[in-house]
Design a protein around this ligand. Sequence first.
Ligand code: COA
Length: 479
Amino acid sequence: MATRKKVHAPSKVKARPQASAKKVVNARSQKPADKANGNGLPQPSTKPWGQAGKALDGVKILDFTHVQSGPTCTQLLAYMGADVIKVERPGVGDITRGQLRDVKGADSLYFTMLNGNKRSITIDSKNPKGKEILNRLIKHCDVLVENFAPGALDRMGLTWEHIHKTNPRMIVASVKGFGPGPYEDCKVYENVAQCAGGAASTTGFREGPPLVTGAQIGDSGTGLHLAFGIVTALYQRIRTGRGQKVLCAMQDGVLNLARVKLRDQQRLTHGPLTEYSQYGEGVAFGKAVPRAGNDSGGGQPGWILKCKGWESDPDAYIYFITQAPVWGPICDLIGKPEWKTDADYATPPARLPRLKHIFSTIEAWTMTKTKFEVMEICNQHDIPVGPILSMKEIAEEKSLRDTGTVVEVDHPGRGKYLTVGNPVKMSDSITEVTRSPLLGEHTEEILIKVLGYSAKDFAEIKASGAITPPEKPAKAEAA
Ligand code: COA
């Protein structure tokens, strides 16, 4: 039984019986009186908040994902209450189970932190009996999510045509590296997407090479986009009754997150980007958006400044924004009250060519305080600042534990570990984070209880090799 950690759930929360999407369809075609009453929706629940089930209760996901992008998507859907059945190759499973292992023999954190709240079934999708089971799962589920290399799903025989014929209501959601075009057949990982989506060319310092960021905007970012696509496709299905293909290319997902840089590319044709510090430094712009170091992306200049202890602590820094409305308090704090009226400093345009000097003056002040002291002082004056938090500090941050953003769960193979809970908090759909499943932990349960196979069928399936790893060839006897 998975260890459950209830997050912000009122005590003794019990999920109500699952309300299927089909019921909602029926509800929407009710009598005109109901329509007038609430746009065809059911009467508002009178149950206490958080006790009317979960947002995606009743939604069944056939999860064919692996590595990071797809699992991010299906874990979010599971956090929202969907029943996620993760299909894995017998004996092998998701490759990340064994990648970056820190505890010998146990599922890695790479896997456990991306596959919470799911059930695992092992199926060899190329075994005839395995194909039969998959077809049953296709009939049973609402959404198939996959992020195989281009063509892999088709090679399993699971073409869109086949799936749509088997279950016309099924939504087939895919992550691919690139959309249709010259690169559509390429295999893609995180940093490839960061580079192809425009993020790397605009990240880093002007004098240095392009940089990738530690936030997994290619993988997790695309998983997020896909989850959004799936939920909207489920919503459209309420009207149309049919499924559809949902595709999110990692290049597109990264570009969507980097859209302000495409904005700047177009602005560049009309003149220099005045909020970039290179403008103030008199460095000419080229033809493409340059790397902006720690310049803030908006119209309010910002930079990362050293704080007390920076000599030994690599994270003793703060992001400081010189927002125009609080320029006066900033000047007072850093001991430059004259800058409030000095024509060279009093207005944002006058400050633009002097940002380097301004930030080094502010830094002389921040270096006398810890990043938390700077934050406390600045917050009193509504000056926006952000301490550079290390992952150690985040792991230990009480407020993140209290909100369920960082959750500790127990795992039979590795003991307690931290995971990131649901970053989206909903007042009527409370997330309970459960540990990731062991490989094939729910195979029997899903075959018998979900798909209706008998005990005899189950024995036959087992013997067919569809759910078990292929037998190792017997060793030749020693002569
Ligand atoms: N039973 C039998 N075979 C299975 C199986 C199962 N349950 N699950 C997977 N396989 C097979 C596939 O059919 C495929 O075989 P084939 O190529 O012979 O047809 C094989 O496993 C490998 O799948 P593939 O997706 O190609 O894995 P990979 O490790 O070679 O590539 C990626 C990994 C991530 C590069 C690739 O999947 C990809 O580009 N995905 C799309 C983009 C993406 O999501 N990238 C980010 C990942 S975080």
